[in-house]
Ligand binder design. Structure first.
Ligand SMILES: NC(=O)c1ccc[n+]([C@@H]2O[C@H](COP(=O)([O-])OP(=O)(O)OC[C@H]3O[C@@H](n4cnc5c(N)ncnc54)[C@H](OP(=O)(O)O)[C@@H]3O)[C@@H](O)[C@H]2O)c1
Length: 313
């Protein structure tokens, strides 16, 4: 198939490109302009519907769009511009270009939307479902990069930080490659089409405490945990909320703190709407790679952890 890929420079986008190529698809990547871009990538201004049409689709035939594009920060303005509006404009251009299928990488946390970026994602999910195209909405649990932020701390002999007892939340982590394979499968597996697809990785759900224990064991260190009260985040959110009335630039910091609180207190598992509880058994799994395999690869220096703004997610 001829596939238009968005977000090809991001973590899951890179893996998805590799998976699509491996499956024998022809992949055209639309990326934002920046120096040192890979040859063959098309530079598109996602804030401009005209650029999406003329620089992106260029009047050519595509069978499908796969989007792994997302705001890098999750702050409201960027989230509504990218996770919502840019996607609406891409969908419209794709429909005009005769594209029949759209695969969207979303996030499991939109099932309990409390944050701006979750509302922006949900708004586009609704537009896609109503578009008349064949669609797949993939809502993954947690990525390895987002669960590896404390690797260096622990290696340096510092304690592992966790909210409460470290058992307030759990998730079924999914590897970049396994998720990318799942996204590619959406193109050809009718069971993955016209459906919202929550998806995690293999094995049991894992708590932050369990992640810490595994890191200490792998690095041959005596476990040391430091508990951080959730109330500390509440105090920061309240303080920034008040301060942002005087300095509006602080509103974005307040949203980032709310995002932090969300991940400190909400599990990345399917939420049972009847009970309001997260349900590990109801969370589907894909792939073979585990978070602890990844920790092992980090410990042996076979891979390096990603850093940057997106570490928030
Ligand atoms: N981290 C987790 O644990 C987790 C769990 C579940 C779901 N998710 C969701 O998974 C999705 C993708 O995650 P990821 O980690 O692969 O994302 P990522 O590494 O942050 O990549 C985001 C991609 O979107 C592109 N992008 C952002 N703003 C853009 C703009 N203005 N114009 C054009 N392209 C733009 C980025 O391009 P540049 O390289 O140019 O910035 C990059 O290619 C997100 O929706 C996230 O919410 C994450």
């Amino acid at each position: 198939m001829r596939v238009c890929l968005l977000g090809a420079t991001g973590t899951i986008g890179r893996a998805t490109r590799a998976s699509l190529v491996q499956h024998g698809h022809e992949v055209v990547c639309l990326v934002r302009p920046r120096p040192g871009i890979e040859e063959g990538f098309r530079q598109v201004d996602m804030s401009s519907p005209a650029s999406i049409v003329h620089d992106g689709f260029r009047g050519e035939r595509f069978d499908a769009v796969i989007s792994c594009m997302a705001s890098r920060t999750g702050v409201p303005r960027d989230a509504w511009a990218i996770d919502h509006q840019a996607h609406v404009d891409v969908l419209s251009a794709a429909r005009d270009a005769g594209v029949g299928q759209f695969v969207l990488l979303s996030a499991i946390c939109v099932q309990k939307p409390l944050l701006a970026f979750q509302h922006a994602k949900l708004a586009f999910e609704r537009t896609l479902i109503e578009s008349g195209m064949t669609w797949s909405i993939v809502r993954p649990t947690a990525y390895f990069k987002s669960l590896s932020g404390q690797f260096e701390r622990v290696r340096q002999g510092k304690p592992y930080l966790m909210f409460g007892t470290g058992e307030l939340t759990a998730c079924k982590p999914v590897s970049d490659r396994d998720l990318a394979g799942y996204l590619a499968d959406c193109l050809q597996d009718p069971a993955k089409q016209n459906r919202v697809l929550p998806i995690g990785g293999p094995g049991e759900a894992i708590t932050p405490r369990r992640q810490g224990e595994e890191l200490f064991a792998l690095l041959g260190r005596k476990p040391r945990f430091r508990r951080v009260p959730v109330a500390l985040l509440d105090a920061i959110i309240a303080g920034l909320g008040v301060a942002s009335r005087l300095r509006p630039t602080l509103a974005e910091k307040a949203e980032l703190a709310r995002i932090g609180r969300y991940y400190a207190t909400e599990s990345m598992l399917v939420l049972d709407p009847r009970t309001g509880r997260y349900d590990a058994d109801a969370t589907p799994s894909t792939g073979t790679e585990t978070l602890f395999d990844y920790y092992r690869a980090l410990a042996y220096g076979e891979t390096v952890a990603e850093r940057g703004d997106h570490a928030v997610f």
